[in-house]
Design a binder for this molecule. Structure first.
Ligand code: FAD
Ligand code: NAI
Length: 467
């Protein structure tokens, strides 16, 4: 006997669980199949949430241990209790994953525990932990199977001494020396966590810059800040060999272009060179679907090549971000329900949760140059923002890129305090096709960091008043 549904969703991450909840809200009979023990996918279990828990706690530890709190007249002498830091992170993660269980019950979503496999169009089998199998039927199937860390040939992750992001979220000790391979989001966020807790951190990056894709001026400012905090960068470098032992790892590093090699001794090595779509065991061949060279499933407005099978989130094209997966989940289910829906890929913000934070939306300056688009730049430094200054958090700037002729906002890049929260204003503005002048003429509360957003917009036309 197989249970029949309107929609079966494979994967319980931000793509899958949001799709399931929306389907339930729209009155569709829906099941979500998840192979992990808990819901929430990479994001809640081993991604966004545990990393932010450690970033928050380590930031407070550093504020106390670096003398920053003492300088404010709050005298403390902190001791690191790593086990407690990990325990509170795990407790928060557990509460969040249980929150999704609650939302499933509230929206009448059946959570099917096990690994799903496509057996044909409209047919899914599920292998359960006890070895049993069940069969599901559905008019529509949504693939939301997510992604996994990309492997680096020659540097095999054993999650003892050579770790991936999951290992870096649960190290039992503070490494003496942590080498991070890849100066992307994971490397910089988790590198920051361990540096704050006392590690020497060296980041080895293949390219001659950090964070490819990020506006270059903003990336350079971030690198300068992180270097000042004590992270060492080896740019334009590649790891050619790694020997792991019980006590550490010996790495051979060469210039990316080749040449003499150098030896680095590390206590732990974090491999963070990107993520790749996860489709193992999904049975794509049973429905005639295949992935591209990068392992990615294609989509046209969330439809795969096979009618009735949809794809969303990290397993398909676009940035591998939880809120992008969530947006696609909503649009996909609305379409399944026969409604009009669209994802605006031009307005998907991204945030790096270092200190200071970096947040971007829309085009970088380089992308506009490549497109040959005439644009104006308005910048404003946080050193001239009274709130940032009074809080001793005045590093960074806001940079607004606007069309030279129409003044429409094309891109915004913020490095500074609470950048991740601040970027939301510009996401709204860009969704409404606002001009820089619109932001310049909107009243912003004083004293807040958000005033820097307004001043940068004023500066698109050269009239920032406070710098
Ligand atoms: P996933 O979250 O990967 O979920 C897919 C789920 O499908 C998994 O739980 C998997 O077990 C399940 N699954 C796969 N195959 C099957 C199958 N055959 N049967 C049943 N279940 C299956 N993004 C942000 O936006 N902000 C952040 O701050 C952020 N921080 C991150 C930090 C780290 C360390 C990492 C690794 C990632 C981070 N991300 C962040 C990225 C974010 O986690 C992903 O973009 C997001 O989780 C993608 O959602 P998804 O639903 O597509 O896939
Ligand atoms: P990434 O794509 O952000 O960065 C990978 C870096 O590794 C790049 O700079 C790349 O040039 C470099 N690299 C690739 N091969 C290399 C090699 N052989 N040697 C040295 N360097 C090499 O990938 P990352 O950091 O692993 O993160 C994966 C994804 O997870 C990101 O794309 C992001 O979407 C998501 N994520 C998002 C976060 C956020 O939104 N705050 C936080 C963490 C992850």
């Amino acid at each position: 006997m197989s249970e029949s549904y309107d929609v079966v969703i494979i994967g319980g991450g931000p793509g899958g669980y949001n799709a399931a909840i929306r389907a339930g809200q729209l009155g569709l009979k829906v099941a979500c199949v998840e192979g992990r023990e808990t819901l929430g996918g990479t994001c809640l279990n081993v991604g966004c949430m545990p990393s932010k828990a450690l970033l928050h706690a380590s930031e407070l530890y550093e504020a106390a241990s670096s003398g920053e709190l003492n300088s404010l007249g709050v005298e403390v002498q902190p001791t690191l209790n790593l086990a407690q830091m990990m325990k509170q992170k795990d407790a928060s993660v557990s509460a969040l994953t249980k929150g999704i269980e609650f939302l499933f019950r509230k929206n009448k979503v059946d959570w099917i525990k096990g690994w799903a496999r496509l057996e044909g169009v409209g047919k899914v089998s599920v292998s359960h932990a006890d070895g049993s199998q069940s069969q599901l039927q559905a008019r529509d199937i949504v693939l939301a199977s997510g992604s996994e860390p990309a492997p680096l040939p020659g540097v095999a992750v054993d999650n003892k001494r050579i770790i991936d992001s999951t290992g870096a979220l649960e190290l039992p000790e503070v490494p003496g020396h942590l080498v991070v391979i890849g100066a992307g989001v994971i490397g910089l966020e988790l590198g920051s966590v361990w540096r704050r807790l006392g590690s020497k951190v060296t980041v080895v990056e293949y390219l001659d810059r950090i964070c490819p894709g990020l506006d270059t001026e903003t990336a350079t400012a971030l690198q300068r800040t992180l270097a000042k905090q004590g992270i060492s960068f080896k740019l334009g470098a590649k790891v050619v060999a790694a020997q792991s032992s019980d006590s550490g790892v010996e790495l051979n590093i060469e210039a990316a272009a080749g040449g003499a090699s150098e030896v680095l001794q590390a206590d732990y090595v974090l491999v963070a060179i990107g993520r790749r779509p996860y489709t193992e065991g999904l049975g794509l061949e049973n429905v005639g679907l295949s992935t591209d060279k990068r392992g990615m499933l294609g989509n046209q407005q969330h439809r795969s090549e096979v009618p009735g099978i949809w794809v969303i989130g990290d397993v398909t094209s676009g940035p591998m971000l939880a809120h992008k997966a969530e947006d696609e989940a909503i649009a996909c289910i609305e379409r399944i329900a026969g409604h009009a829906a669209e994802v605006n890929y031009g307005v998907i913000p991204s945030v790096i949760y270092t200190r200071p934070e970096v947040a971007s939306v829309g085009s970088s300056e380089q992308a506009l140059k490549e497109q040959g688009r005439a644009y104006k730049v308005g910048k404003f430094p946080f050193t001239a923002n009274s709130r940032a200054k009074i809080n001793h958090e005045a590093e960074g700037f806001v940079k607004v890129l606007a069309d030279e002729r129409t003044d429409q906002i094309l891109g915004v890049h913020i490095i500074g305090p609470s950048a991740g929260e601040l970027i939301g204003e510009y996401c709204v503005a860009m969704e409404f096709s606002a001009s820089a002048e619109d932001i310049a003429l909107i009243c912003h509360p004083h004293p807040t960091r958000s005033e820097a957003l307004r001043q940068a917009a004023m500066n698109v036309h050269g009239w920032a008043m406070q710098a």
